[in-house]
Design a protein around this ligand. Structure first.
Ligand code: UD1
Ligand code: CA
Length: 486
C-alpha cells in the first residue's frame, strides 16, 4: 500500500537521564545499531511522504545517523515533553493526512507491525490508533484506559495512576497513528499538568476521546516489539532480543550455532549453508561468510569477507580482511586491516598480518609478523619471520615471490623483494633483494671450537676452588660413594 499521505515523526530529542550517560539515549547501541537507526530503518519501507526526526540533545550526531535515510530533522529546544516534540515537528510536515509517531528509544518494532497499525487506523476512521501491548510487568509505562472493548478513553502515565489503574497490564508503546486534522487541535488543548511541567502527547488521547472522536488501540502480537529503553538494563534486554532474532534468522538459513546465547552477530552479517559458529564467537559489522565455514570458540570477525570452506580456529581476530575459499586461520591469529589470503592459504598460530596479500596455498604456519607484504603462491614462511616494514618514519613494502622458502627466524628489512623460488637461510637478517632461484643468507658464520666447553669448566674450577657445601650433604655424598663401591 502506498503511504504518500503519511508523515513519520520520530521523537529523539531527549537526554535519557535514567541512563546516566554523556551520550544521548537514542545514540546508544543495541543489537549492533544505535536505537534511532533501528527506528528509522523500520519506517523506511513504509515509503512515507516525509520522515521528520525531532532532535535536541546531541542534535548533530543524531542528524548524522538519520539523514542518510532521507529523514529531515527539526530542533526541539528546550525539550518540553513528547506533546511539545510533536508540535515542533509540525513545521516540517507538508500535506500529509496521517502521522505515524514513534519514540526514538523503542527500536524493536517491525515494519509489518507498523503497516498493520496504519491499516487499522485507516479502516477504523480513527482520530488516533495506539499500538499497545499486554505485558506481565507494566511498571514504567503509560496504561491504556478503555471505555469499551474497542475504544480508548485515555492513557495514564505511571506517576498519575490511581490504585485501580495500576493493575492495568495493557501499556502504551508510544507508537501511534494520528489523523492530522484531529492531532493539532487536540495537542493545542493539552496542558502541562504533571510534576515535570511537560506537554505529554499521551494527554492528547483523552482530549480526542472527550470530543467523541474514535481512539483505537491495537495490541502488538509480540509484546517484546514495543520495549522502550530507559535504563541500561532495558538496553541489555533489547540487545539480547535483537541478537536472538538475528541468530534465529541465520539458523533458519542453514547455519549451525552452538550455545546460541553466547554468540553475538551484527544485523548485516550473512552466512552460507552448513557454516558452523561455535560458542563465544562474535561476527561483527558487514562480515560475510560463505558456505561450510567454521568459526571456532572465542574468535571475532569484523567487516570481513570469507569464501566457502574457510576455517577460523579458536581465539583469532580477523578485521577488514578477505579470506578466499578453503583458507585456514589460527588458532590465536590476528589478521588486521587489509589482509587478503587467497584460496587454500594458511595462517597459523601467533601470526599477525596487516595489509598483507598471501598467495594461493601459501603457508604462514606460526609466530610471524607480515606487514605491507605480498607473499606469492605456495611460498612457505618459517616460524619467527618478521617483516620490518617501519623505519620510524614510513612504511615500506616487502614482496615475496612464488614458491619461496623463508627459513625460520628471518628478519626481512623492507623495502625488499625476494625473487620467485628463492630461499632465505634460517636466522638471516635480509636487507638486500634476493634474486629468483637464489639463496639469501645474512648471518654470522658458525665456528665450532672442539673441547672449548670442557676446558672452560676446568679453568673455572681451578680459579674458584672446590665447591662449598654443607657438612650434612658431604656426609650423605661420602656414604653413597661407599655404598656404590661395595
Ligand atoms: C513514553 C510515554 C509512555 C509510554 C512510553 C513507552 C509519554 C508522556 N509517555 O514514556 O506512555 O508507555 O513512552 O516507551 O509520552 N522526547 C523528545 N522530546 C521531549 C521528550 C521526549 O523528543 O521533550 C523523546 C525521547 O527522546 C524519547 C521519546 O520521546 O525517544 C519518549 O520519551 P521518554 O522520556 O523516554 O518517555 P517515557 O517516559 O518512556
Ligand atoms: Ca522511553
Amino acid at each position: 500500500m502506498s503511504n504518500n499521505d503519511l508523515a513519520v515523526i520520530i521523537l529523539a530529542a531527549g537526554k535519557g537521564t535514567r541512563l546516566k550517560s554523556s551520550l544521548a539515549k537514542v545514540l546508544h547501541p543495541a543489537g549492533g545499531r544505535t536505537l534511532v537507526e533501528h527506528v528509522v530503518r523500520s519506517c523506511e519501507a513504509l515509503k512515507a511522504r516525509e520522515t521528520v526526526v525531532v532532535v535536541g540533545h546531541q542534535a548533530e550526531q543524531v542528524a548524522a545517523v538519520v539523514e542518510p535515510f532521507g529523514a529531515v530533522t527539526v530542533l526541539q529546544q528546550p525539550q518540553n515533553g513528547t506533546g511539545h516534540a510533536v508540535q515542533v515537528a509540525r513545521r516540517a510536515i507538508g500535506r500529509a493526512k496521517f502521522a505515524l509517531v514513534l519514540p526514538g528509544d523503542a527500536p524493536l518494532v517491525r515494519t509489518d507491525t507498523l503497516r498493520a497499525l496504519i491499516t487499522t487506523h485507516r479502516n477504523g476512521h480513527a482520530a488516533a490508533t495506539i499500538l499497545s501491548a499486554v505485558v506481565a510487568d507494566p511498571s514504567g509505562y503509560g496504561r491504556i484506559v478503555r471505555k469499551s472493548e474497542t475504544a480508548v478513553s485515555a492513557i495514564i502515565e505511571e506517576s498519575q495512576l490511581t490504585d485501580e489503574q495500576r493493575d492495568i497490564n495493557e501499556i502504551n508503546s508510544a507508537i501511534y497513528c494520528f489523523t492530522i486534522e484531529s492531532l493539532w487541535p487536540a495537542l493545542a488543548q493539552v496542558k502541562p499538568n504533571n510534576k515535570h511541567r511537560e506537554l505529554y502527547l499521551t494527554d492528547a488521547i483523552a482530549v480526542m476521546s472527550a470530543k467523541g472522536e474514535t481512539v483505537l488501540a491495537q495490541v502488538a502480537a509480540d509484546s517484546r516489539e514495543v520495549l522502550g529503553c530507559n535504563t541500561r538494563a532495558d538496553l541489555a534486554e533489547v540487545d539480547r532480543i535483537f541478537r536472538e532474532w538475528k541468530r534465529n534468522a541465520l539458523m533458519d538459513a542453514g547455519v549451525t550455532i552452538q550455545f546460541p546465547e553466547t554468540v553475538l552477530i551484527d544485523p548485516e552479517v550473512t552466512a552460507g549453508e552448513d557454516t558452523v559458529i561455535e560458542a563465544g564467537v562474535q561476527l561483527l559489522g558487514k562480515t560475510k561468510l560463505g558456505a561450510r565455514c567454521t568459526v571456532k570458540t572465542g574468535s571475532v570477525v569484523l567487516d570481513s569477507a570469507l569464501g566457502d570452506d574457510v576455517k577460523i580456529e579458536t581465539h583469532s581476530w580477523v578485521m577488514e580482511s578477505r579470506l578466499e575459499n578453503g583458507v585456514t586461520v589460527g588458532p590465536f591469529a590476528r589478521l588486521r586491516t587489509g589482509t587478503h589470503v587467497k584460496a587454500g592459504g594458511r595462517i597459523g598460530n601467533f601470526v599477525e598480518t596487516k595489509k598483507a596479500v598471501i598467495g594461493e596455498n601459501a603457508k604462514v604456519p606460526h609466530l610471524t609478523y607480515l606487514g605491507d607484504a605480498k607473499v606469492g603462491a605456495k611460498s612457505n614462511i618459517g616460524a619467527g619471520t618478521i617483516t620490518c616494514n617501519y623505519d620510524g618514519f614510513q612504511k615500506h613494502p616487502t614482496t615475496i615471490g612464488k614458491g619461496v622458502f623463508i627459513g625460520s627466524d628471518s628478519v626481512l628489512v623492507a623495502p625488499l623483494r625476494i625473487g620467485d623460488h628463492a630461499y632465505v637461510a634460517a636466522g638471516s637478517t635480509i636487507t638486500e633483494n634476493v634474486p629468483d632461484d637464489g639463496l639469501g643468507i645474512g648471518r654470522g658464520r658458525q665456528v665450532n671450537k672442539p673441547g672449548w666447553a670442557a676446558r672452560k669448566r676446568r679453568e673455572l674450577a681451578a680459579a674458584l676452588g672446590p665447591k662449598k657445601s654443607s657438612r650434612r650433604s658431604n656426609r650423605r655424598k661420602s656414604r653413597s660413594k661407599t655404598r656404590r663401591r661395595k
